[in-house]
Design a protein around this ligand. Structure first.
Ligand code: SP5
Ligand code: ZN
Length: 347
């Protein structure tokens, strides 16, 4: 398996996220990627690459032009508000909820940050655009490698910040550019007639669902904590099945807090059955390992060894596969957990 890792990931290092009235240290840290890379290297893997420049035309097939322009310019606008802002991260504080207008883009930067985001836990920093853009490049290069006839059968975009909460024109959930959606679009553009994105992160892949909700060429499937109690709360219910041309091409399998490995794996197998029945010719796995029993912000009970079995099960889909790194916040176990998925996949 080819591992395309992001050499600019540590340009993005958020300081604090809002949690119940406090600003607390960000869970999504730069050490996450380093520990996974170290574990994969220690496991004797040899196929590593860093990406070329991100193809902006591909990004525009997934995200709106005005959102991409916002991300590219956000830091300079923030510092232009006050030079002292250079020492602070950007967090939104006002959002256009029901009844407000999102069609008129405000001139004021603080308002625009809210227009393009959905939570207060995702700081935007001086290096966010650089890191996210290089991460998208990892997804593009991983997908292009897998789509090449002589290329590897599987590849991983090993990157952060993660992507699956980022929608067509919004960031949130520690995510800015939707790497899994970008990989899916590249696989389609390379000739696959239908691609599936299977999201096994603890949290619902709301961004990916929103990007493809009215499309039949990408089947989005997500196994996750029930949004009635779990982040991102406002999407991810079982009755969201797609719309218009996309009707029938979105599957959500929410599971209760405390779900253990057997029930979780059964849901993944259900998703894989639907994926095969839909004739998906390639698969993107949005791989969050925050389903781990020791994860500090999640509540499933998957053990490190169980991730080997997940990998074997995913292999059973029998299609070219691109993995993207999403969540997983038990940093000490993160390397082992991700390596186990890939080892199980290749066993
Ligand atoms: C990519 C990804 O996994 N994003 C997840 C974003 C979750 N953000 C909200 C975190 C809320 C933290 N709750 C702490 C509960 C401690 N018991
Ligand atoms: Zn997650």
């Amino acid at each position: 398996m080819l591992i395309v890792h992001n050499p600019h990931h540590d340009d993005h290092q958020g300081r604090q996220e809002m949690f119940r009235g406090h600003l607390v240290p960000c869970h999504e840290t730069a050490s996450r990627l380093e520990i996974v890379l170290d574990a994969l290297r220690a496991g004797g893997r040899s196929s590593f690459a860093t990406p070329g420049e991100a193809d902006m035309a591909v990004l525009r097939r997934v995200h709106s032009a005005r959102y991409l322009d916002f991300l590219a310019g956000a830091w300079d606008e923030w510092v232009a508000l006050a030079p002292s802002n250079a020492g602070l991260d950007v967090l939104p504080s006002v959002w256009p909820v029901r009844g407000f207008r999102a069609d008129v883009v405000p001139d004021t930067f603080a308002a625009r940050v809210g227009l393009y985001s959905f939570d207060c836990g995702t700081p935007l920093t001086a290096g966010t655009w650089s890191a996210a853009r290089a991460g998208a490049a990892c997804a593009i290069d991983a997908a292009r490698a897998v789509a090449t006839a002589s290329g590897p059968r599987a590849a991983m975009a090993l990157t952060r910040p993660p992507g699956h909460h980022a929608g067509p024109d919004f960031f949130g959930g520690y995510c800015f550019l939707n790497n899994a959606a970008i990989a899916a679009q590249v696989l389609l553009d390379a000739g696959a007639r239908r691609v599936a994105v299977l999201d096994v992160d603890y949290h619902h892949g709301n961004g990916t669902q929103s990007i493809f909700y009215e499309r039949a060429d990408v089947f989005t499937l997500s196994v996750h904590g029930d949004p009635r109690t779990e982040y991102p709360f406002f999407l991810g219910h079982a009755d969201e099945t797609g719309q218009g041309a996309g009707a029938g091409f979105n599957l959500n399998l929410p599971l209760p807090v405390g779900t253990g490995f057997p029930a979780w794996l059964a849901a993944v197998e259900t998703a894989l059955g639907r994926l095969a029945a839909a004739g998906a010719e390639a698969m993107v796995v949005a791989l969050g390992v925050d389903t781990f029993e020791g994860d500090p912000i999640s509540s499933f009970r998957v053990a490190s060894e169980d991730f080997l079995r997940l990998g074997r099960t995913l292999r059973g889909a029998g299609v070219p596969t691109v993995f993207t790194l999403e969540g997983g916040y038990a940093v000490e176990a993160l390397g082992r957990n991700v390596a186990n998925v890939l080892d199980g996949f290749e066993a």
